[in-house]
Structures are given as structure tokens and as C-alpha cells.
Design a protein. Structure first.
Length: 429
């Protein structure tokens, strides 16, 4: 389908998902990135991305000084600056609350903002991970109420689930096939054509918005369940004194074996999305047993890892109460500064309950963000002291270069949560 002329795109939410997408579209269209965080906007307009998803050179190559440029990216926290746009792409986070219930507040608020400037003919595309039905049953009514316009007559909607992998410099947004959808067949084609114009990996046009929403939420639910399975295997094989990694390596010689590894499941996707699907299923009277069982098992891994560390410390003759432990990493995954829903904090909490003094070292994590989110003190530079135990919690590439012997006391434990240190570690998950 041929796209209309004078396309002007607004990307609402300039985080790990929104910024890479805005940068990509800005290579071909006029793009205005909108974020309520003024500090974030100023940083981006200066050419620096604190999430490290877009390097300064790449970002500066698309930045423009104002919103009137025909091609390029301009970032703002002023809502009126995006009023002239005709495509609005919403990429705000969709977290869960303390009871693991979906929190759609960011979606509601961003929909209210878009509704204030929505015009006839505009298309609003959501990328945030949701359960099936959120776009048309939750977001669209907000757009209608605030704008006074009628859905599928005056304005239209689409859904194209984000497929960003934070910290991954190989599978970037343009290299990952994109699912698209629209609120009418014609709008579906328009949305698909828009993404297809920049996504070199291609697109898949789903027959409806609900199908696209469901496809996204099961992607990460499937990964969560598979990781839960190998986490359970790790617990079983540990009781049998069998190395789980060696078992998985042997099993992977079969052509159709799925290569999942045990570990802590956090972040804003895999550790959250299954709750969105479970919540929706329960609204229809179905209790999803496998999905929630996988969540329970994965949520228990922090305490399990801590218990294994303590047992090994005791075996090595290390006095646990008052022991000094170095935790390497607090972000939810390697080579990424994102600390949202990191399960390393579960390990740290459990270790502290044993009376262990924990020093957290992470060169990528924002110290203030960690303190605000988890009330934990972190350091960005390597401490000059020796520890009773060292735990590799996150596989940042900087950690792989460390001389662990310089950080260890004579009897200290080196525990490898990520299973990448090989024989130099005393044990691994």
C-alpha cells in the first residue's frame, strides 16, 4: 500500500522501546519524540541516551533543532509540539503493581495526552505490551472521551507490539520482524506499510488488533514457562549432585531441543507479561495453571540462589553472620543499565536476612535510580578490598575481565548465577 505524503510521527515515551523506534523512523520521516521527563528530553537533545540503546553518533545523526524539519528527530516534553503529527505511537511501560496485577496507568495517561490533540484522520498505534482487548476496550474509549471524536470514523488505531531486546546490539529494532495490525482492514495496511518502510526484517500483518496483542503477550509467557522448567531442573539436579549446565549441553545435541538456561527472570517483559495474560484469562473465568505455576517458580529463584550461596559458604568454613559479600551486578540483564523488576534484589534481600553484609557493584546501574526504586546502595567503581564471597549476578562484559583472586579472601566463595565463568567458579546455578 502506498503511504500518504507529509507523514509526521509522534513517539510517546522515549525509553528503551520508544527511542530506538523514533531514531529509526527519523531516518525517513519527521519524528517528534515526546516524554514527560524533562531531564530525559534535554539529555536526548544533547545527543546522549542514558539507556545506552542508541549510541551518541547514531543519535546525533538524526537530531534536528525544531519540530518543523521534514526528516529527523526532535525531542520535547511540551504536548503542543506534537499536535501537528498524524501518527501517534505510544511506547510507555506497562508494569504490574505490588500484587502482580496489571497497571495500565501509564497507558491511560498517555491516551489522555494524545486525546487532547487528536484530529480527524489521525492514527494512534500502541506498542506497549498488554493483554488482548486493552487497545480497543481501554485506550480507545479514553481517546474518544478526551478528543470528542468517534473511533473508526474520525480517528483510527493500530497495534504493533514492541520487540526490543535491551542491551542487544545485534538484534536491533530494524532487524526484528514486526507484527502489525489496524482497527480496520485499510488502517491495518497503512500501519503495516509504515513499519515496512523502515523495518528491514519485514512485517507480519495480523488480522486484528486483539490477535497482535495476544501474540505479543504469549511470546514472553512462553519464554517464562520454558525458563521455569529449566529452573526446576536445576533444583532437581542440584539435589542429585549433577551439573545442570552439562546436562543441558548434552541434551542440546538433539536438533529440536530448546536451549533455555536456568536463571533469575526479571525485567519489564518476561517477568511481567504472563501476569497480563493470566489476569485476562481469569476475567473470562479460566484459571491459568501452567502460566502461574511458571511465575511462582521463577519468582522463588532469588531466595533459592541465596540459600545455595549460604550452604556453600558454610561448607567452605566461612562464618555466614557478618560475612562480607560482593554482588556483581544489579541490572535485570547483562550489558544494560535497566534495573526495572530486577530479581537480583531478591537474592540480596535473602542474603541480608542471613546477616550477610552485601556490597553491590554495577558499573552500568544508575545509583540514584537503584536507591529510589529499591532503597539499596550501589557503587559504580570496583571496591579495593577482599570478600568472604563473590556472586556473579549479572554477566556484564566488564565482569568477565576481573581478576577474581584479587577480590577473594583465602577461603572465599565464588558463585556464578549466570553459569559463564567455567571452572574458576566454586559453583553455578
Amino acid at each position: 500500500m502506498k503511504l500518504e505524503q507529509n507523514i509526521k510521527i509522534a513517539v510517546i515515551g522515549l525509553g528503551y522501546v520508544g527511542l530506538p523506534l523514533a531514531r529509526l523512523f527519523a531516518t525517513k520521516y519527521s519524528v517528534i519524540g515526546f516524554d514527560i521527563n524533562e531531564t530525559r528530553v534535554k539529555s536526548l537533545n544533547s545527543g546522549f541516551d542514558t539507556t545506552l540503546e542508541v549510541d551518541p553518533e547514531t543519535l546525533k545523526a538524526v537530531l534536528v533543532d525544531n519540530s518543523n524539519s521534514k526528516i529527523g528527530l526532535y525531542c520535547t516534553n511540551v504536548l503542543e509540539d506534537i499536535a501537528a503529527c498524524n501518527y501517534f505511537i505510544v511506547t510507555v511501560p506497562t508494569p504490574v503493581d505490588k500484587n502482580n496485577r496489571p497497571d495500565l496507568t501509564p497507558l491511560y495517561k498517555s491516551s489522555e495526552s494524545v486525546g487532547k490533540i487528536l484530529k480527524k484522520g489521525d492514527v494512534v498505534i500502541y506498542e506497549s505490551t498488554v493483554y488482548p482487548g486493552v487497545t480497543e476496550e481501554q485506550c480507545v474509549p479514553v481517546l474518544e472521551k478526551v478528543s470528542g471524536l468517534k473511533f473508526n470514523e474520525d480517528f483510527f488505531a493500530g497495534y504493533s507490539p514492541e520487540r526490543i531486546n535491551p542491551g542487544d546490539k545485534e538484534h536491533t529494532v530494524e532487524k526484528i520482524l514486526k507484527v502489525t495490525s489496524g482497527s480496520t482492514p485499510e488502517i491495518g495496511l497503512k500501519v503495516d506499510a509504515l513499519y515496512k518502510s523502515v523495518i528491514i526484517a519485514g512485517t507480519h500483518l495480523a488480522p486484528s488488533i486483539k490477535v497482535a496483542e495476544a501474540a505479543k503477550v504469549i511470546e514472553n509467557s512462553q519464554r517464562d514457562i520454558n525458563i521455569a522448567f529449566v529452573n526446576e531442573l536445576a533444583k532437581i539436579f542440584n539435589l542429585m549432585n549433577i551439573d545442570t549446565q552439562e546436562v543441558l549441553t548434552a541434551a542440546a545435541t538433539k536438533w529440536n531441543f530448546l536451549p533455555f538456561k536456568p536463571g533469575l527472570v526479571g525485567g519489564h517483559c518476561i517477568g511481567v507479561d504472563p501476569y497480563y495474560l493470566a489476569q485476562r484469562a481469569q476475567e473470562f473465568g479460566y484459571h491459568p495453571e501452567i502460566i502461574l505455576a511458571g511465575r511462582r517458580l521463577n519468582d522463588s529463584m532469588g531466595e533459592y540462589v541465596a540459600s545455595q550461596i549460604v550452604k556453600l559458604m558454610i561448607k567452605k568454613g566461612v562464618s555466614v553472620n557478618g560475612a562480607h559479600l560482593l554482588m556483581l551486578g544489579i541490572t535485570f540483564k547483562e550489558n544494560c543499565p535497566d534495573v526495572r523488576n530486577t530479581k537480583i534484589v531478591d537474592v540480596i534481600k535473602a542474603l541480608k536476612e542471613y546477616g550477610i553484609v552485601v556490597t553491590i557493584y554495577d558499573p552500568l546501574a544508575n545509583v540514584e535510580e537503584v536507591k529510589k526504586e529499591y532503597k539499596l546502595e550501589t557503587i559504580n567503581s570496583l571496591p579495593i578490598e577482599k570478600f568472604d564471597a563473590i556472586v556473579l549476578g549479572v554477566a556484564h562484559k566488564e565482569f568477565l575481565k576481573l581478576n577474581f583472586s584479587e577480590l577473594q579472601k583465602e577461603n572465599s566463595l565464588l558463585y556464578d548465577v549466570k553459569g559463564i565463568l567455567g571452572t574458576i567458579a566454586d559453583n553455578r546455578l
